[in-house]
Design a protein around this ligand. Structure first.
Ligand code: EPU
Length: 444
């Protein structure tokens, strides 16, 4: 099949390589205490912003986090013709996709993050055409998109993949689709493609991560007809001819919340994460309690208190409601301070262990074999220069730095800012000693 781009891609002016490198400097040893207010979830915001392409009406999204990946997604929508207004202080994005002038993402933006591929489903559903570059994002494994492509094909689209670009076109009809793996963004893309398709779509072995269900709630608020069951991991979508505008508030970021709980725990502190859904954090709080932390839940907050030595626990990442792969890295940082041998198994992504070498450089006794890390704690961590190889690897070295002796310089901290708003400021408000800075000339 010949790849046909629906419109010529344009190069984005904001896609230039960064000239300066963000760094964080953290002084270890301070005990964290206090409350941190959690923002909207990045991984719910990305599909929901993409889903505004499904309607010509105005959508108002609240609780939108002011982080780099979201700004790139908003730029991407603007380049495609959406009228976008973002009020970061209010956390409000107002988006009207009445005049979408291209069905193609601009070169230079799509490659910067995984979420860019999420425009494929909505564009295909509304316009019958979509194309984009191979998505970027954290380098944590091969990250294929075959689940997305197979889903689009099952719905009746033709899909081509040539020279790192994907194109899909066709009139969609409901279908029965069994996913090879419950891909998070794959499920989201297929749901968005199916909401305007003629007839009934059934997705089995679907992802039921809370962010996927937040997208479902958003789409329902636009007039989509979707039902789901968690036991069968099944989603049923009855296509409708058109969708309308809405006002919608994003769910809280469980990964941001989990990271602050781990930051509090590693300092033997007393930290409360506010404006969260405690149920979303259950797999993490259960592990923290198993390790010896005290957990208190209120309706919209979770408090962690560590007032005795932590003990080793084993962690096995899994799809929701299992332990989230995104918190595997910072949890391993915590385990460097737990007495005994902990075994951490990463089962979702095949290359999510690179941060362990940074922890080793800080003095941690962590041995990696494939996707398994064996931690022997407690370890005496020493501040040094480390690199945030990916978003959650950055969170891991930040958490470790809080327990290290002396100063840790965290390089490539812009990676952390893709997913955490005001991370260093929030840590400092809880009692950490640190600051953000820039390295003017980036060494090769
Ligand atoms: N997979 C396939 N084929 C596909 C898609 C995925 O084999 O077509 C495999 C992957 O190789 C991986 C597994 O399925 O082994 C899970 O991948 P998934 O597609 O679920 O991940 P994703 O959708 O690319 C989202 C989040 C990630 C999060 C994972 C797992 C977004 C934008 N990203 O990625 O978030 O780790 O789900 O929950 O929603 C992060 O926030 O730091 C982050 C990486």
């Amino acid at each position: 099949m010949t790849l046909t781009l629906t419109d010529a891609p344009v190069r984005s002016p904001v896609a230039a390589a960064p000239e300066r490198e963000r760094v964080y400097i953290l002084q270890g040893g301070a005990r964290l205490s206090g409350t941190v207010r959690i923002g909207g979830a990045k991984n719910a915001a990305l599909p929901i912003l993409a889903a505004t392409l499904l309607t010509a009406d105005t959508c108002i999204i609240e609780n939108v986090p002011d982080i780099a990946d979201i700004r790139v997604m908003l730029d991407l929508l603007r380049h495609m013709g959406a009228a976008v207004e973002f009020e970061p202080a209010a956390g409000r994005a107002t988006i009207a996709c009445a005049d979408i002038r291209t069905r193609t993402t601009p070169d230079g933006l799509a490659e910067r993050f995984r979420g860019s591929f999420l425009v494929m489903g909505p564009l295909l559903a509304r316009f019958g055409q979509a194309s984009t570059a191979r998505p970027g994002g954290c380098n944590i494994g091969s990250r294929p998109v075959d689940v997305h492509s197979k889903g689009f094909r099952a719905l009746g689209a033709e899909v081509a993949n040539v020279d790192h670009r994907f194109a899909a076109s066709g009139k969609l009809r409901g279908a029965s689709i069994l996913l090879d793996v419950p891909s998070h963004t794959g499920t989201e893309n297929i749901i968005m493609a199916a909401v305007l398709a003629e007839g009934l779509t059934v997705i089995e072995n679907a992802s039921i991560e809370p962010e996927v269900l937040d997208l479902v709630d958003f789409l329902r608020s636009l007039g989509a007809r979707i039902a789901w069951t968690s036991t069968a991991r099944q989603l049923v979508i009855q296509g409708v001819p058109r969708l309308h505008g809405t006002v919608f508030r994003l769910m809280p970021d469980r990964l941001e919340a989990g990271t602050y709980l781990l930051a509090g725990a590693i300092t033997r502190g007393d930290v409360t994460v506010d404006r969260v859904v405690p149920d979303h954090l259950r797999s993490v709080t259960a592990k923290l309690a198993e390790a010896g932390a005290t957990i208190e839940e209120q309706a919209h907050s979770v408090r962690v208190v560590v007032d005795r030595p932590l003990t080793a626990v084993d962690v096995h990442t899994y799809f929701y409601p299992g332990f989230p792969t995104d918190l595997q890295q910072p949890f391993t940082a915590l385990l460097t301070q737990a007495a005994g041998e902990s075994i951490v198994q990463e089962t979702v992504f095949e290359a999510r262990m690179t941060y362990a070498y940074e922890l080793q450089r800080m003095g941690a006794d962590v041995r990696v074999n494939g996707s398994t890390a064996v931690v022997n704690g407690p370890c005496r961590l020493q501040g040094t220069t480390v690199t945030a190889h990916d978003l959650r690897a950055g969170a891991a070295v930040m958490v470790a730095a809080l327990a290290a002796e002396g100063e840790t310089l965290i390089r490539a901290a812009q990676t952390v800012e893709r997913g955490y708003n005001g991370f260093i400021d929030n840590l400092c408000a809880l009692g950490a000693v640190g600051r953000a800075d820039w390295l003017e000339s980036v060494p090769a």
